[in-house]
Write a protein that binds this ligand. Sequence first.
Ligand code: KG4
Ligand code: ZN
Length: 339
Amino acid sequence: MGTVILGIESSCDDTSAAVMRDRELLSNVVATQDVHIQYGGVVPELASRAHQQNIVPVVDRALKLAGISRDQIDAVAFTRGPGLMGSLLVGTSFTKGFTAALGIPMIEVNHLQAHILVHFIQSEKGAERVPEFPFLCLLVSGGHSQLVVVKDPYEMEIIGRTIDDAAGEAFDKCAKLLGLPYPGGPHLDRLASEGDPHKFTFNKPRLQGFDYSFSGLKTSFLYFLRDRLKENPAFVEQHKADLAASLQKTIVDILMNKLRRAATTKGINQIALAGGVSANSALRSAIVQEAGKQNWDIFIPPLSYTTDNAAMIAITGYYRFLKGEFASEDIAPMAKMYF
Ligand code: KG4
Ligand code: ZN
């Protein structure tokens, strides 16, 4: 029969539910909240209201698509944090009510660990290749940029993190300066494919160790545009694609430099990408190129597992289920959560 886990994700602006039998994904439903587009960023109060509206239909649909009835679910895994408190509260409260009604356990999941464990999800296509432990993961999302040594599904060590903005934030904020809609990352990626990545150069941070910094790049991009616009008010319009491509190249170079250094220092050749920014086409090709040079064994998630989804919550919940790591019914979500 196997273990059936329902996963619930509501940490930011995507409401998602997934059903998994052991490591096999049966369904993964994501409701993206378009309400934020008009504001150019996520409005926390609107996000929690939309989660409240979406959560029951999304869970219902995930169960139907999986062909699983409520009494077949063994446990519910939910995102405890990190994320927006009002958003997390919706998933946590739903899980408490649902599990209490069914008399089954609930499992808390750290959203960031979950991004990393997508590499262990088995999709319908059958058994995929999985990374060997320990592997090195570059986790890049809207809120985090980290280099993580993954020792097993339970033990992960963060060896580098951003000291200011995340890579996704850099993409989104610079995309906004180019007049692209929110979230800017995917729009900038598309625009960059028509531009010359060597046309403009932007300053890269000089940080020791494996930590990242992106706020300086964002500021230098802003000042660069401001100065050019003074001379030519049509500068952005005339050079949009080249600006996107050059900025994207700078972000990818920054990410890849530290990844390369971390892999060499730690002597690890199993390298994985995870998080929303791992959908970026330039980052995906850069890691493929580097793999050839460095003899890396690389793991790039399918696009549907890069941005927020509940399949990643379900797989993490499955591993915790195997160890009997259940949450108590008085558990509260955590906006900041470490591992
Ligand atoms: O992991 P995620 O869905 O949410 C967080 O946990 O933050 O990541 C969202 C981030 C956003 O900043 C979005 O712009 C970025 O991932 N992103 C991309 C691309 N697709 C999503 N950034 C660059 N290129 C993309 N193709
Ligand atoms: Zn995320």
